[in-house]
Design a protein around this ligand. Structure first.
Ligand code: PEP
Ligand code: MN
Length: 335
């Protein structure tokens, strides 16, 4: 249920209504927008008398929310959420690009790529330390050492770092990581999501290979229900009958998720298409569709990459793409 308050409601009236609602055992989420304050009620609202609340002179409207996701719901929080990470921000009108190699392979590799993507305008560095691979015989990532190397690259370039967690037992290694990624395969690992909900770290939550928008939003809700509102949604392609590309980028996810939720929506064209030459057009399409940002794989020597070389851009191709994206962003901002 949401209670929409009139623009001129005094803080005392807000406090007294919130206190009253909490006495029914409800959690109250307060969103202060430019025009209205919205109270989002979480819990069993069956005992609430809607008419009695509507009678208050500072209440504009009261509505029941049908969707099972509450905290993630746009109705709870009409304005876009903006997540701040160091000097970067994800969400709002400007585009944020997260770039880096699929996996951290060596100090030289990660520092070279970090410097290159920074020079082209990327705001965050991403690299995998723990890698979810389809084959147990494939390179599994440098693990703890990989995180140490990412921290060195952060120190060298100043870029905040993003890396994937695969299991709760790894959480203590993530203290200095700026954004924790939950990969497609773990999108419904609910115990992991709950524990990440107890942190205040921004969580980059990727859509599962065959999960619906509502399932993605329910996974975000798991994190938010435990107190962490810093969730970034990521569309990374879904499994379809098409086998030419690695997955099929579901561009509809961008406007639909933005309608349903206030959380920032970014797109990963690299894992969606799986082939480097098609990454730039999909990246442009994602920004045109309204994505708040992109996650792009870049490798200094894709042919020798230990993971996902086929879909990785060279630093030069990445620089060209960034120039085109900036022009697109300027055109969209002028609109
Ligand atoms: C990744 O981002 O490196 C990755 C493994 O992606 P996904 O979880 O989307 O498959
Ligand atoms: Mn990858």
């Amino acid at each position: 249920m949401i209670v929409i308050l009139k623009g001129n409601t005094t803080p005392e009236s807000v406090d007294s209504l919130v206190g009253n609602l909490k006495s029914f055992g409800l959690d109250v989420h307060i969103s202060r927008g430019n025009l209205h304050t919205v109270l989002g009620l979480i819990g069993d609202t069956g005992k609430i008398d809607i008419d009695q609340i509507k009678m208050l002179n500072f209440v504009e409207d009261v509505k029941r929310i049908q969707e099972p996701y509450k905290n993630a719901n746009r109705k709870f929080h009409p304005d876009d959420s903006i997540i701040r990470v160091g000097d970067a921000q994800i969400g709002g009108k400007t585009m944020t690009v997260i770039a880096g190699p699929c996996s951290v392979e060596s100090e030289e590799q990660i520092i070279t790529v970090a410097r290159a993507v920074k020079a082209s305008g990327a705001q965050l560095l991403r690299g995998g330390a723990f890698k979810p691979r389809t084959s147990p015989y494939a390179f599994q990532g440098l693990r703890e050492e990989g995180i140490k190397l990412l921290l060195k690259a952060k120190k060298d370039t100043g870029l905040p770092i993003v890396t994937e967690i695969m299991d709760l037992s790894q959480l203590e290694l993530f203290n200095e990581v700026d954004v924790i990624q939950v990969g497609a395969r773990n999108m419904q690992n609910f115990e992991l999501l709950k524990q990440l909900g107890h942190t205040q770290k921004p969580i980059l939550l990727k859509r599962g290979l065959a999960n619906t928008y509502q399932e993605l939003l329910m996974s975000a809700e798991y994190i938010m229900a435990f107190g962490n509102e810093n969730v970034i949604l990521c569309e990374r392609g879904v499994r379809t009958f098409e086998s030419y590309t690695r997955n099929t980028l579901d561009i509809s996810a961008v406007p639909v998720l933005k309608k349903l939720s206030h959380l920032p929506v970014i797109v990963d064209p690299s894992h969606a298409v799986g082939i480097a030459e098609f990454v730039p057009p999909l990246a442009m399409a994602a920004i045109s569709a309204g994505a708040a940002g992109l996650l792009i794989e870049v490798h200094n020597n894709p042919a020798c990459a230990r993971c996902d070389g086929m879909q990785s851009l060279t630093p030069e191709k990445f620089a060209t793409l960034m120039r085109r994206l900036k022009k697109l962003e300027t055109a969209l901002l002028e609109d």
